[in-house]
Write a protein that binds this ligand. Sequence first.
Ligand SMILES: Cc1cc2nc3c(=O)[nH]c(=O)nc-3n(C[C@H](O)[C@H](O)[C@H](O)COP(=O)(O)OP(=O)(O)OC[C@H]3O[C@@H](n4cnc5c(N)ncnc54)[C@H](O)[C@@H]3O)c2cc1C
Length: 336
Amino acid sequence: MAPATNSRSATVAITGPSLLDPLAAIAQRSGFGVKRLGDAMTIDAPLGDVRFDPTENGTELTLTARTPAELQLLTDLYAQRLKDLSLGVPITWAQHTGGMPLNQIVGTVISIRALSPSFARLRLAGDFKAFKQPNAGLHLRLLLHPDSPEWPTLDANGLTQWPCGIASWHRPPYTVRRICAQGTWIDVDIVLHAGGRVTEWCDRVAPGDEVALHGPSGSKQPNAKWLGLIGDETALPVILRIIENAATDTKGQAFIATRHPSDAQQIETQTDIELSWLDMNDDQALLDALNQLIVPDTDRHIFFAAERNFAAQARNWLTQNKLVGPGSKAAAYWTR
Ligand SMILES: Cc1cc2nc3c(=O)[nH]c(=O)nc-3n(C[C@H](O)[C@H](O)[C@H](O)COP(=O)(O)OP(=O)(O)OC[C@H]3O[C@@H](n4cnc5c(N)ncnc54)[C@H](O)[C@@H]3O)c2cc1C
């Protein structure tokens, strides 16, 4: 599936069920394809392919991804999964030259400004070309630390090393709201809210400051001919970006709930997606919007993102309406 350069390997000094069974179970629970042939196994995951081949010394693990950023995420994920298994056997990763994690970008703040009553817009300069690749994830994680003066690096195994430990980092997901044609700057629209660490960081950050992030990651541009897009203010950036990126013959309905009417952003689109703005203070608004969708039988994608409780209700709605599957997603974007 992917070029050989986006590939990493490790040898685990063990074969058989104690290695493969738990990893197969996790993959199957997530709905990923698992194929087994004796002590060999492949997992077809969204981030890439994972192969386990028996060798003289144990099992060779090969991770292959479409992009360097996805390879890094897959490598760190499987390193953690192996660690969690507490196998008590050596795991030898192919040696690596270190440097920066393949999904890490260090940008420079160009500006941070109030955009509307509830939003600030952060513009970062940097090498963001990975976000312009076809089928790139729409999201990133900001990397914030109260004390660490260092950004994460790669160790000799090619695994991400977090100064002061990963738990001490705040890594909230955000959306690339806009990216310039050359991929040299991005805009991130940030909801400001009481007690938010990113909100407090927005008060401190200034043009010229360095900011590290991990990305691209997460959901990709859906390419169905009909889109049903519903979300609260945290999903405003992704819904507007999806509409702006959609093919001109796309049809659909979009509903965005904001705290303040002036948070609504005007966008230009030649699609036939009808965009309505809702009041986030109305607890029923997002679920009423789901009931207003006129969902076609085929070539459709439904996307819902909001606070965790609303996302759970949206998942129930999808189940009740037999719409669960690859053409729909209900995501918790934040937790009250
Ligand atoms: C894939 C994805 C993409 C996202 N894209 C964006 C985006 O583009 N713009 C954006 O603004 N957000 C976005 N979010 C939501 C954002 O990641 C969360 O709101 C995150 O918790 C913000 O961190 P914080 O530092 O503001 O709050 P924290 O310091 O982590 O939390 C402090 C307190 O605030 C509460 N809280 C967290 N978020 C909110 C909120 N939005 N409103 C009110 N209270 C809150 C928490 O429950 C906690 O009690 C996205 C989330 C996901 C999963």
